[in-house]
Design a protein around this ligand. Structure first.
Ligand code: ATP
Ligand code: MG
Length: 392
């Protein structure tokens, strides 16, 4: 009844002349996300987005949590609308926030007046409504600095709104505004986090996964599909490109020195990911590499794998410790799937003593024995594409 969701825009408000297109994109993303929770009217006004349920069948709890996961939003609150009248605002606050007003010990009223035609200023409205609430709840003390409960009143164009504290939103920029990137998704902890971090900056992701049957099992692949699905509340609908990697790995094992297996394999991953990027119009690659975490993530090794691609390689977790990556992974909901004990193609054929400081000329020499173009072409021809969405 009269309850709406009010969302606060994040960095979108700094976009100057482009702001309109950011807002349009954000609202379109919100509408798509809200389809699952009923029929809502979504529109923006004065640096807020209004999400209004169109009937009583809407799932407000579900919608609220969904909005908090949409990039571009920094805060969300549920609010009750009422007529723009000082007494109506008081009654609305009393009804809507009764429970919170009973249990708090200290409070204050804070008013924002976007409608400058309203006959009282913000201070006067706060004092008036606060005074009546104080009379109605005599146990409450006013504390203007650190109140337990802040009653927010917003006098806007169409109506007045009353709400309690807001919850943090996902931050970032609306997906789609930052173009498209190809993210290399393994079954580990790091790459779901790096995918999330780049999507947060407004980037639509194309996911690539390399698998090596029969060395990697169908469950290992299913785990990656599950991780991709767990990213969709944040990243939206995505394509997962599943690239067969067995022939390549077997060729490397047969023809290249053992201490260079991982490095040469990683160069193949980058080449293939770049081919996917070319097919999809993506403008960067994303990996979950963290400096020094494993042998293939030293500066020398990263430099040698970067040499095979022309697109920028984004590594959002490069400077993070494992514990920091794990904390994000838990927060976004991928951790429990990531730690399921299935093998990844990186963990089969691992050298006993991987090269940590490789030399580019040597690596290039070792690769000469491989049928580079044939291997890449056959893998690309056998790519399987799956659409990962929340409806599945
Ligand atoms: P993660 O926890 O993401 O698996 P990791 O620390 O295990 O990372 P590596 O196995 O060396 O590191 O992989 C480094 C990065 O390469 C991963 O973060 C991911 O972006 C990419 N990658 C590794 N294996 C695969 C794979 N099978 N398919 C797609 N990308 C992969
Ligand atoms: Mg891994």
């Amino acid at each position: 009844m009269n309850e709406i969701i009010l969302l606060k825009l994040g960095e979108v408000v700094l976009k100057g002349l482009n702001r309109r297109s950011f807002e349009d994109r954000l609202n379109a993303n919100l509408r798509r996300r809200l389809q699952h929770y009923g029929s809502f009217h979504v529109y923006s006004k004065q640096s807020a987005v209004y999400v209004e349920p169109q009937n009583g069948a809407c799932d407000m709890d579900g919608a609220f949590e969904a909005c908090r996961q949409v990039f571009g939003i920094i805060a969300a609150t549920r609010a009750r609308a009422c007529p723009k009248d000082k007494d109506a605002v008081f009654h609305c606050a009393q009804n809507y926030l009764d429970e919170a007003l009973r249990s708090a010990r200290t409070f204050k009223v804070e008013t924002k007046r976007a409608d400058k035609h309203f006959p009282m200023n913000s201070m006067e409205i706060s004092q008036y409504v606060g005074g009546l609430l104080h009379d109605a709840y005599p146990h409450l003390k006013v504390d203007v600095h650190k109140p337990e409960l802040c009653v927010h009143v917003e006098i806007r164009e169409k109506a007045a709104y009353v709400h309690g504290p807001s919850q943090p939103g996902a931050g970032g920029l609306p997906i789609g505004m930052g173009g498209t990137a190809v993210s290399l998704l393994s079954g580990g902890i790091d790459s779901p986090v790096s995918s999330y971090m780049i999507a947060k900056r407004g980037v639509q992701l194309e996911l690539v996964h390399f698998y090596s049957p029969p060395y990697t099992s169908p469950q290992a692949l299913e785990k990656v599909v599950q991780l991709a699905r767990e990213l969709t509340p944040w990243c939206g609908r995505m394509k997962l490109h599943i690239v067969p990697f067995t022939e390549i790995q077997e060729a490397i094992r047969r023809d290249c020195p053992e201490d260079h297996f991982t490095l040469i394999m990683r160069r193949f991953m980058m080449r293939l990911a770049e081919r996917v990027a070319r097919r999809t119009g993506a403008k960067a690659l994303v990996t979950g590499e963290s400096l020094g975490q494993v042998a293939s993530q030293t500066m020398d090794a990263l430099a040698v794998s970067d040499r095979v691609c022309t697109l920028p390689v984004l590594r959002p977790v490069i400077g993070m410790d494992k514990t920091e990556i794990v904390a994000i992974s838990r927060r976004i909901g991928t951790f429990n799937t990531s730690i399921l004990p299935y093998e990844d193609c990186c963990t089969v054929f691992t050298p006993r003593h991987p090269k940590t400081h490789p030399h580019l000329d040597e690596v290039v020499e070792f690769e000469k024995v491989l049928d580079m173009e044939g291997l890449i072409q056959r893998a690309m021809e056998a790519v399987e594409r799956r659409t990962i969405s929340m409806d599945e």
